[in-house]
Design a protein around this ligand. Structure first.
Ligand SMILES: N[C@@H](CCC(=O)N[C@@H](CS)C(=O)NCC(=O)O)C(=O)O
Length: 252
């Protein structure tokens, strides 16, 4: 792994898309997933999330968050916005279901994800969970299970991956890391409790989009365990990713 302190060169014309990202970030993975799913040639610039380069804050994203994407001279931030932009601009078909009712169901799953799933998921990392937290996570698991059942699986809307599979996947990919921190959740995400969701998890891991963006669970676990015991410090070398470059603060 190398830390780089200068701004990256402008991208070559043969690479239409740049994604500012970080391998631990599930939001940034949304942009990487849709780019991979659509087969869009892109380059990834990883930004240190704790020691952000000043040029990133000044010129790329005033809030300092990843993802941001760069395309045709436009800078676009916020994971859902970047996802939908890439989905619309590249390829002939969009990844949301075309049937309006199915699309509404997908959007509802996404809305509940942001309102009910992720707030409870992150409570475990702040030690802010209470007796309702696992129940709310379980409710979400069950609602995905139900949609998979309605549509025949293995993906949420049937045989093909669609937008909602990709948009929620990064947090599911990171569940094994959460379970080492909150082992009591494991039984909620099991074959006995949500068999179709567990099959979905396995099917997602077989897709090219996931294979090309995944950060191995044991490395993510090591990274998060270290961050939790070191006051949030980020040691990206624990991810053990070959050739990983992280753009960081210009000065120590
Ligand atoms: N609402 C944003 C959230 C993105 C986000 O929280 N990214 C985190 C990393 S996972 C980040 O950039 N953190 C840096 C910081 O909080 O300063 C989105 O959907 O893109």
């Amino acid at each position: 792994m190398s830390l780089i302190r200068t701004r990256p060169e402008e991208k070559g014309a043969d690479i239409p898309l740049r994604i500012y990202s970080n391998p631990i970030c599930p939001y940034a993975q949304r942009a990487r997933l849709i780019a991979a799913f659509k087969g869009v040639k892109h380059e990834i610039i990883n930004v240190h999330l704790k020691e952000k380069p000043q040029w990133y804050l000044d010129d790329i994203n005033p809030y300092g968050l990843v993802p941001t994407i760069e395309h045709n001279g436009h800078l676009i931030r916020e994971s859902l916005v970047t996802f939908e932009y890439i989905d619309e601009v590249f390829g002939d078909s969009h990844s949301w279901p075309t049937d309006p009712y199915k699309k509404a169901q997908a959007k509802l799953l996404l809305s509940d994800f942001g309102d009910r799933f992720t707030p409870n998921y992150y409570k475990y990392y702040r030690n802010a969970q209470d007796e309702n937290t696992p129940k709310l996570l379980q409710k979400y698991f069950k609602s995905v299970e139900e949609l998979i059942a309605q549509n025949g699986g293995p993906f949420i809307f049937g045989k093909n991956v669609s937008a909602i599979d990709l948009l929620i996947w990064p947090w599911f990919e990171r569940l094994p890391a959460l379970f080492t921190h909150a082992p009591e959740l494991k039984t909620l995400y099991s074959v006995d409790s949500v068999p179709l969701l567990i099959k979905w998890d396995a099917a997602m891991r077989e897709t090219d989009a996931v294979k090309s963006t995944i950060t191995p669970a044991e490395r993510m676990t090591a990274f998060l365990a270290n961050a939790l015991s070191n006051g949030g410090k980020h040691d990206y070398s624990l991810l053990n990713i070959d050739g990983l470059k992280i753009y960081t603060k210009e000065t120590e």
